[in-house]
Design a protein around this ligand. Structure first.
Ligand code: NCD
Length: 336
């Protein structure tokens, strides 16, 4: 674990613009809406013949992935390319013991190559924050998932997907289902949903997969699907994070599927027009039945498409935040 201070003191400029994107926690509602509005325009652009804009032309984006990923890495890569940046993908496997030092060395090397933005995925909570504290002032850092802590671009692509299908956030009841305990996605979703003002946020999980004091985040807790899914508009499934489970928290996958796996019968508890989401990768027959995952109510592939647009929005905002910060610093030093 790395130490973390108030995230907004580091992720926002003095005039409230985004300069790093580390967490959805505590970000103002207007900023989340701005990201969604910008992303919306990029979704439309993704459907055009020419999918590129020059917003990041001449900039270098380094994708630093200390943990494996397919969709997050490839959508960040595409997002950077559609903004006309040069992109460097680095898959770095580290041993868990010597991260602090390795990380600093890696950073210095990449800074020497004049990277303008680091997109970071790391198995340790707080890693992106740590990097943001140690980069030179002109480098923007985007968190692509740190340990159990946060996965803010995933949460924002989920918000975009909800808004494009449901319109307003205020009337919605949203249920997040499964391995809440190990999920950085759930945490980032909860903060974003709250800030965007949804009517009710529920979490549904066996007791062993619920973090202690989760209610403090403003959610209602359910341990079974029948009552938890009743009348919800949106169902957000999570993957069982087996790689993060240190002890036997589950009797068996078959038992989990029986109680919490989303099939047609359980889907019937929700509203008739409820939509189903999952960040992927999905485990068919563990969290979700194929019939539901591939069915008409599933937005799983829309989430992937929207992920490119949201990542383009976040990258372009962070880059303009960096530039305005630099201009302000230059002015201040000229006046001094
Ligand atoms: C999520 C992640 O890596 O946190 N997946 C993703 O970003 N596509 C969720 C998961 O791995 O379960």
């Amino acid at each position: 674990m790395f130490e973390a201070n108030d995230p907004n003191s580091i992720q926002l400029t003095a005039d409230g613009q985004l300069r790093h994107f580390l967490t959805t926690e505590g970000l103002p509602r207007e900023l989340l809406i701005e990201i969604l509005d910008t992303a919306d325009s990029f979704v439309d652009m993704g459907e055009q013949q020419v999918k590129k804009v020059p917003l990041l032309r001449g900039k270098t984006v380094a994708n630093l992935f200390f943990e494996n990923s397919t969709r997050t890495l490839s959508t960040f890569e595409l997002a950077a390319k559609r903004l006309s940046a040069d992109v460097l993908n680095l898959n770095i496997n580290t041993s868990s013991t010597k991260k602090g030092e390795t990380l600093k060395d890696t950073l210095m090397t990449l800074q020497a190559m004049h990277s303008d933005m680091f997109v970071v995925r790391h198995a340790d909570s707080g890693a992106a924050h740590f990097i943001a504290q140690h980069v030179t002032p002109n480098v923007a850092v985007i968190n692509a998932g740190d340990g159990r802590h946060a996965h803010p671009t995933q949460a924002m692509l989920d918000m975009l997907t909800i808004r494009r299908h449901k319109g307003e956030f205020a009337p919605l009841k949203v249920a997040i289902v499964g391995d809440i305990l190990h999920s950085r996605v759930a945490r980032s979703q909860i903060h974003a949903l709250r800030t965007l003002g949804v009517h009710e946020i529920r979490v549904i999980a066996p007791k062993t997969l619920l973090p202690r004091h989760i209610e403090a985040l403003g959610v209602k807790v359910y341990t079974e699907m029948a009552s938890g899914l009743r009348d919800v508009d949106v169902i957000m499934m999570l993957r069982l994070q087996k790689e993060r489970m240190q002890s036997a928290l589950l009797p068996s996958e078959a038992e989990f599927y029986k109680l919490y796996g989303l099939n047609r019968d359980k889907l019937a508890y929700a509203k008739p027009d409820a939509v189903v989401m999952h960040p992927g990768p999905i485990n068919r027959g563990v969290e979700i039945e194929s019939e539901v995952a591939d069915g008409p109510r599933s937005l799983i592939l829309d989430q992937v498409t929207n992920g490119i647009a949201v990542r383009m929005a976040v990258m372009s905002k962070a880059m303009s935040g960096q530039l305005s910060q630099r201009a302000a610093t230059d002015n201040a030093s000229r006046e001094a």
